[in-house]
Design a protein around this ligand. Structure first.
Ligand SMILES: *Cc1c(COP(=O)(O)O)cnc(C)c1O
Length: 368
């Protein structure tokens, strides 16, 4: 007989959450030549952000600004938004979680699209709510399916636009149709983690929609184009009611001082951000073409990664391709957890990284 027993029972749903697998960072214990598994900015943040971070080291004894005022003003000025309708978070992950904590509970439902970000169902489960996946069309969110997945118990609809890991995006008309169609008591959360990479004149990641529809929330991050993933900074824009709710439940010092200072400078360095975007799009186009030449199709990604379709055949499929790339110091992201076993997600790295991937895939496919 064993006297072992569980220490305590967690709330229902918690043990149904699959522990989040982060993108690989090592190969046989060694740093890879190219880590292309987490959609990080391979050039790093603006030098102005790094300078602000160093300077913060001289001011470590005081608590940070409890409402990230200077950072919210920087975001507001650059993005043309009211800083009072912005909340900053410890990564957008914190804000996405707080939205579920505030709005979803036992018996409620949280809708997301089939190949949406893996954490959305976790946010539902940790609050006792039920995640409901809506089918996609051609690896793109489908508004009709999302609306059909909604019920009177739906409290949140999470949609990354453009989406990770598919890279695809709904246009403004489709997003508006979704916002209009979701149940009255549900929030539409548009996760704009990759919004800065979208190259379309009329794209605003949902900001103008929020001005008209108070049930829409937009989250954004400093982890991708701004190159500050290590500091964990995100922000959300929403109607005053939602801002008030989230401000009541967030920790008073949820964002540390060095992160606030660095992110404000990163936001203000618009010229640096534009350069990162231009370089990423240039390299994405050349990598997409090279993979196509090697017979590997990709989705039409609007993000800083491509989703490459290798299939699942033992010799030529995604698992074999992943092993081949790893042997050459390249870490891509396997997609089994997303139900896309035949795909690899490959972040856009430096020019050297993209060339290495293109050459390795061509060799793998026997076309070089
Ligand atoms: C990377 C990513 C985020 C950002 O998360 P942070 O917590 O801000 O680092 C959010 N949503 C999606 C879909 C992402 O891919």
């Amino acid at each position: 007989m064993t006297s072992e027993r569980a220490a305590a029972t967690p709330r229902p749903g918690v043990m149904a959450i699959a522990p989040y697998q982060v993108g690989g960072a090592r190969i046989d214990g060694a740093a890879p030549a190219f880590k292309l598994s987490a959609n990080e900015n391979p050039w790093g943040p603006s030098p102005r952000a790094v300078a602000a971070y160093r300077e913060a080291a001289c001011r470590l004894a005081d608590y940070p600004d409890a409402d990230s005022g200077a950072l919210r003003r920087a975001i507001g000025e650059v993005q043309g938004l009211d800083p009072d309708r912005i909340i900053c978070g410890n990564g957008s992950d914190e804000l996405l979680q707080l939205l579920a904590l505030a709005y979803a509970r036992d018996g409620d439902e949280v809708v997301y699209s089939r190949h949406g970000f893996l954490l959305y169902p976790s946010y539902a489960l940790m609050n006792g709510a039920t995640p409901v996946a809506a089918a996609e069309t051609d690896l793109t969110a489908d508004v009709d399916a999302l609306l059909a997945a909604c019920s009177e118990r739906t409290r949140l609809v999470y949609l990354a636009n453009p989406n990770n890991p598919t890279g695809t995006r709904l246009n403004a008309q489709e997003i508006e149709r979704l916002a209009v169609g979701v149940p009255e008591n549900a929030l539409l959360v548009i996760d704009g983690a990759y919004a800065e990479f979208v190259d379309a004149e009329d794209f605003d990641a949902g900001a103008s929609l929020i001005a008209r529809r108070p049930n829409v929330v937009m989250t954004r991050t400093f982890s991708k184009i701004y190159g500050l993933a290590a500091l964990r900074v995100g922000w959300m824009h929403a109607a005053p009611d939602v801002i008030d709710v989230i401000n009541r439940i967030r920790g008073p010092y949820n964002l540390n001082m060095a992160a606030q200072a660095a992110a404000a400078e990163a936001m203000r360095d618009v010229e640096y951000t534009a350069r990162i975007k231009a370089e990423t799009l240039r390299l994405r186009a050349s990598l997409t073409a090279a993979l196509g030449d090697a017979g590997v199709p990709t989705t039409g990604s609007e993000c800083n990664f491509v989703l490459a379709h290798f299939g699942t055949a033992p010799e030529t499929g995604a698992a074999a391709a992943d092993a081949y790339l790893k042997a050459r110091g390249i870490i891509a992201r396997r997609m089994e957890a997303y139900g896309l076993a035949g795909h690899l997600r490959i972040s856009i790295g430096t020019e050297a990284a993209c060339v290495a991937v293109a050459e390795a895939v061509a060799a793998f496919r026997g076309v070089s």
